[in-house]
Design a binder for this molecule. Structure first.
Ligand code: PRX
Length: 676
């Protein structure tokens, strides 16, 4: 790897230092069947052909009206793709398939409990259910194009059904990951001004039936405290006809969808004609400040990019059974469980539960029983399954043609287990790098064209032109192996349109640092800053080193350190809080929380437990710190900045290195002692 110029990325962010690995070449059998097996795609998507090359993706969709202009760059960085084009995402994911695929499975829903039967929904079933819900939302609730609707749904078929019903009407859905807290729901519903919340009464996870409705009650209350009224709460029952939540129904506010929809059986709603540039959904994600950002994605550009990349990267084909183990509450699920695959008419597996429940053989039984051919998951899930039963895959007769990973760097050792054991030495592996903001994959090998290299995501996809910039914004020579800020030179159709209601923050966050001239109307002056550090090897492959900002990647999920710190600060005893991301053998990184107390306050085991609980309550279990350390003081520079690098070293039991720049170097030893 690089002799990385230390000044290229800020302190301590380079988390992955693997040596370069050998390559894995796809089999002839795989190449022979692949969607894309000719490197000529890179000629068609060459810089000379930008932006028109992306019509190749747009043409995978049905347009009510074809676009007038492929890309309007007149108001950077608010790129407008396929302007003048009119389409509907729900029509593209459902109606247009009916002529040829009516009876094909769109979704295979696998409940967590193995005694519950798998539910197969055909494209026709999806059509019926989406229409009935859309009719209800329009005619009963009076929802109209452009209204925002917050969803807090677990992994049940009603989640994609609800998203597609919203899309049918032009409602902007904002799905909040079901593991997130009531507070997270309230904040997002308030930010997006959603007057309707759609949730479920319960879901199964790790063998338990969780009461989910109770969180909706709390969310409505918290939103009210934030000055926002959620007027209506719509509830899908996990077991239709049976209430699984103890929480009482609030008359006038709460409605059970199964009951309401009885009056809408057989109803159909014409898909709303949407401009390509109309927003399709919001997906909130963590940023450097405490407030999550509502990434706003477009209808035409996003859907074209999700479909085009699903075809190119995942190699989805009509005969495949495709399983992405992510939760639809994250962007991976939006783009590569719902929109991309369904736009292509694929058969998609939807799994409710925890992959390692009741044992680490569960995913492989699902793969065997459903004949899954394409599998997509995160390194954290792979590590957990390996730890839970590294010999399990061998016991099951299934066969993957392709396997993907996403969300965090994958260690070469884990990559090899994935390849040899899960993929039985046959499946092609892709390591896809992208973000909530980017809508779809930006760097990955094209599975039949490039060899795979463990620990490296691969070259940029067709039409994507990466750029590595140093701290001063100078371009690092291509393929030099030097670490720097990963940027993308050009806009692409999947890029988010804006941060909901906050265009200034959008410009500052992604373009502020490296824009050459804020007045420029030339897109070349506006590289997109991803917030990741990366290197590019001599062969053009990009390796992701990690975030350069205050975002922590826990088990492949983004959490802002400020979000956790603000939660901790709500404990009245806490004076200061600092979160660090610490290496973990399964989750990649986990948060550890350091707090110092106000004068006169005493630390105790009870306080430690309470602070941990506060974080879970404020954000959700995924943000739960592995340890809460109550320290006498934070290690600080003379200017008062907390030295997180030192805290990471302490958490990982390593030498913190040079601490001479600390104003209070003695505190390091004190902390080490109390950590035992
Ligand atoms: O740091 C990168 C990491 O995940 C971040 C994006 O997180 P999120 O918006 O939640 O989207 C995750 C799923 C698309 C990135 O800034 N990341 C994503 N994919 C990879 C990755 N790090 C290394 N390798 C990847 N393949």
């Amino acid at each position: 790897m690089s002799t990385s110029k230390k000044n290229a990325v800020s302190e301590s962010e380079i988390s992955v230092h693997w040596r370069e690995e050998g390559s894995f070449i796809p089999s002839q059998a795989f190449i022979a069947q692949a969607n894309l097996r000719d490197a000529a795609i890179f000629d068609r998507f060459s810089a000379d052909h930008f932006p028109d090359c992306f019509t190749e993706y747009a043409e995978l969709l049905h347009w009510e009206r074809r676009w007038d202009q492929v890309l309007d760059t007149s108001n950077p960085p608010f790129w407008r793709w396929f302007t003048g084009g009119v389409l509907n995402a729900s029509y593209n994911c459902i109606d247009r398939h009916l002529a040829t695929l009516r009876n094909k499975a769109a979704l295979h829903f696998v409940p967590e409990d193995e005694d519950e039967p798998v539910v197969h929904l055909t494209y026709q079933d999806l059509y019926v259910r989406v229409n009935e819900l859309a009719a209800y939302l329009r005619f009963d609730l009076g929802l109209r194009k452009g209204d925002r609707v917050t969803l807090h749904l677990p992994m049940i078929p009603e989640l994609p059904i609800t998203m597609l019903a919203c899309a049918r009407l032009g409602l902007i859905h904002s799905q909040v990951f079901s593991g997130f807290s009531a507070k997270a729901v309230a904040e997002r519903a308030t930010d997006s001004q959603s007057r309707v919340l759609i949730t479920a009464d319960a879901y199964r996870r790790s063998g338990k039936l969780y009461d989910h409705k109770a969180r909706a009650d709390e969310a409505v209350e918290l939103a009210a405290q934030m000055g926002h009224l959620i007027e209506q709460v719509l509830i899908w029952q996990r077991y239709p006809g049976h209430a699984s939540s103890a929480s009482p129904m609030v008359p006038g506010r709460d409605r059970v969808l199964g009951d309401e929809l009885r009056a809408y059986r057989g109803r159909r709603v014409a898909p709303e004609p949407m401009e390509a540039t109309d927003p399709l959904f919001l997906m909130y994600t963590s940023g450097t400040t405490g407030k999550p950002k509502g990434c706003q994605h477009s209808t035409g550009g996003y859907l074209a990019y999700a479909a085009g990349t699903a075809r190119a990267v995942l190699d989805l084909q009509p005969q495949d059974v495709y399983w992405c183990m992510a939760d639809i509450g994250w962007i991976t699920g939006h783009s590569y469980i719902v929109y991309g695959p369904l736009a292509l008419g694929a058969s998609v597996v939807l799994f409710e539960g925890l992959p390692s429940h009741p044992d680490a053989g569960r995913p492989w039984r699902i793969a065997r029983d459903l004949g899954v051919s394409i599998f997509y998951t995160s390194p954290t899930a792979i590590r957990a399954l390996r730890r839970g039963g590294s010999d399990q895959p061998e016991k099951y007769d299934y066969s993957f043609k392709l396997m993907g990973t996403v969300g965090e760097p994958i260690e070469p050792e884990v990559w090899r287990w994935y390849f040899e054991t899960v993929g039985k030495g046959q499946a092609v592996i892709i390591d896809t790098w992208w973000q909530t903001e980017t809508g779809g994959v930006l760097t990955s090998t094209l599975p039949a064209i490039h060899p795979a290299k463990p620990g490296s995501t691969g070259p940029a996809l067709p039409g994507i032109y990466p750029l590595l910039l140093d701290e001063q914004g100078r371009e690092i020579p291509e393929r030099s192996g030097r670490a720097a800020n990963l940027c993308i030179r050009n806009p692409w159709p999947g890029i988010m349109q804006c941060i909901w209601n906050d265009p200034e923050r959008f410009v500052d966050t992604y373009y502020g640092r490296f824009c050459r001239d804020r007045k420029s109307t030339d897109w070349r002056d506006w590289p997109y800053m991803a917030g990741d550090a990366a290197t590019q090897d001599a062969d053009g492959y990009i390796r992701i080193l990690g975030r350069i900002d205050d975002v922590i990647n826990v088990a492949g999920h983004r959490i802002g350190s400020k979000e956790i710190e603000s939660a901790a600060l709500t404990a009245p005893e806490v004076a200061e809080a600092a979160v660090v991301a610490v290496a973990d053998p399964v989750k990649g990184r986990v948060p550890e929380l350091y707090v110092s107390l106000k004068p006169g306050e005493q630390g105790s085991a009870a306080l430690v437990a309470r602070i941990g609980q506060i974080v879970i309550h404020e954000i959700g279990k995924i943000a739960s710190p592995r340890h809460v350390w109550i320290v006498p003081d934070m290690p600080k520079t003379r200017s008062g900045k907390i030295m997180r690098r030192v805290l990471v070293a302490l958490s990982e039991g390593r030498d913190p290195g040079d601490i001479s720049t600390l104003a209070n170097a003695e505190v390091v030893e004190e902390i080490r002692k109390l950590m035992g």
